[in-house]
Design a protein around this ligand. Structure first.
Ligand code: AMP
Length: 145
């Protein structure tokens, strides 16, 4: 490992002096770590993705492991973990994603598509940054697995 070691860009490592109340922490310092989601890293252009659409509020990308010929992910730029983490101040964000999806699909003249939101690991969520799956161009069964 070369020296000095640098944390990856995505790992925002902060070293902070403790307040009086925190003074029992190891060596009088507090480590605060926060990892960006993979989607925030895409939004910040730290990792590549096929970006279909972007505005100030959201991004639409191609899923890296498509489950249908068309498989997009519509993602708010604000890192909200999932639907159950939406708050009253997030009012409008889902409408915004829906309109962005509708516009994109209209542009591509695709009329039939399925939107899926997995909320929580038991529901199949693997990336904890809210996103809407957009699936199209194949027959989709019901009920879903
Ligand atoms: P979910 O399982 O509902 O949380 O969906 C997460 C989705 O993100 C999966 O369909 C993954 O294939 C997709 N995904 C994970 N990493 C990437 C990436 N780097 N670029 C595009 N899609 C990704």
């Amino acid at each position: 490992m070369s020296w000095p070691w640098r944390a990856p860009q995505s790992a925002q490592l902060q070293l902070a002096r403790p307040s009086q109340q925190q003074s029992s922490n190891l060596h009088n310092f507090t480590f605060i770590t926060s990892l960006k989601s993979i989607f925030s890293q895409i939004i910040d252009r730290e990792i590549p993705a096929n970006i279909i659409f972007e505005d100030d509020t959201c991004i639409i990308i191609e899923d890296i492991s498509p489950q249908a010929p068309i498989h997009y992910l519509a993602i708010p730029k604000r890192e909200i973990k999932g639907i159950s983490d939406l708050s009253d101040t997030d009012d409008g964000i889902i409408d915004h994603l829906m309109i962005a999806i509708k516009n994109e699909m209209s542009k591509k003249r695709i009329k039939d598509y399925r939107l899926v939101i997995n909320n929580g690991s038991e529901a199949g969520q693997t990336v904890f940054h809210l996103h809407i799956h957009v699936l199209a161009n194949r027959t989709l069964g019901w009920p879903p697995g």
